[in-house]
Ligand binder design. Structure first.
Ligand code: ZN
Length: 249
């Protein structure tokens, strides 16, 4: 089985400005996610961050990435449009994209969705119960009917995304709201998974169910090999029919 190459992208700002957050994620959120993914058979994860040249997403890195994971919050506006263009092109040509938590407002997620991607939020540390709504889906492999995150930020409907191609989780929050917290989209040859958990002040990426979902999502989002597909950004003229065509005058 071919190893799936993952790049975990993080803006990496909160961890450098807050001792509380740095205490939860001493290697950064990207380091924590790459760490548990690298413990999985068949997955090799590296990292990239906003302040590296080209945000760490050079042509070579993108070409070699099977699945890109995206965490951002306070610096969405600093991500260069030319990098977003390149990531979009790679997704349309087969690279998987997993967008976490506050990445709902990232340029790349809004680009892939074409909607505002807005939602409601509240930060009081309430409980969150994620219900599985697609028990046959590979992203829920190994889970029960639901799992809980003891303390989290609430994200509530209406979440302005297109109708998901597959809805994998619906969340309930202690304060009463619900949210489509795990949603799959097909774009060109690529796959996009949005997963809500991950507020930076709680140790959510250390929780085993959350790690399980992200690892499952990497396997689901990995490219499928196909032969002879066109570059998805191009619409080629195709003057020669596949079969002989006789047009009667
Ligand atoms: Zn948050």
């Amino acid at each position: 089985m071919k190893t799936i190459k993952v790049t975990v992208w993080n803006e990496y700002r909160h961890e450098r400005r807050s001792e509380l957050i740095a205490g939860i994620y001493p290697q950064g959120i990207h380091g924590a996610i790459a760490g548990f993914l690298n413990a999985q058979p068949g997955i090799a994860a590296g990292t990239a961050t906003l302040d590296e040249p080209e945000h760490g997403l050079t042509d070579q890195v993108l070409d070699e990435t099977d699945v890109l994971i995206w965490w951002g919050h306070m610096a969405h506006g600093e991500v260069k449009d030319e990098i977003v263009d390149k990531v979009q092109r790679r997704v349309l040509n087969g690279m998987g994209l997993i967008v976490l938590h506050s990445g709902h407002f990232s340029k790349i997620f809004k680009r892939m969705m074409g909607t505002a991607c807005s939602l409601k939020w509240r930060e009081i540390g309430e409980r969150n119960r994620l219900w599985v709504t697609a028990p046959g889906h590979p992203i829920v492999e190994g889970l029960g009917e639901y799992f809980e995150i003891p303390h989290t930020e609430m994200y509530g409907e209406f979440f302005d995304i297109p109708q998901p191609d597959e809805l994998v989780f619906i969340s309930w929050f202690q304060g009463g709201e619900v949210f489509r917290s795990g949603a799959c989209f097909y774009r060109g040859r690529g796959k996009v998974f949005y997963f809500q958990p991950g507020h930076e002040t709680f140790p959510i990426y250390h929780q085993k169910e959350v790690q399980r979902v992200i690892a499952n999502a990497v396997r689901w989002a990995a490219p499928v090999s196909v032969v002879g597909f066109r570059e998805m950004m191009q619409a080629p003229h195709h003057p020669e029919p596949l079969e002989k065509v006789e047009i009667e005058e």
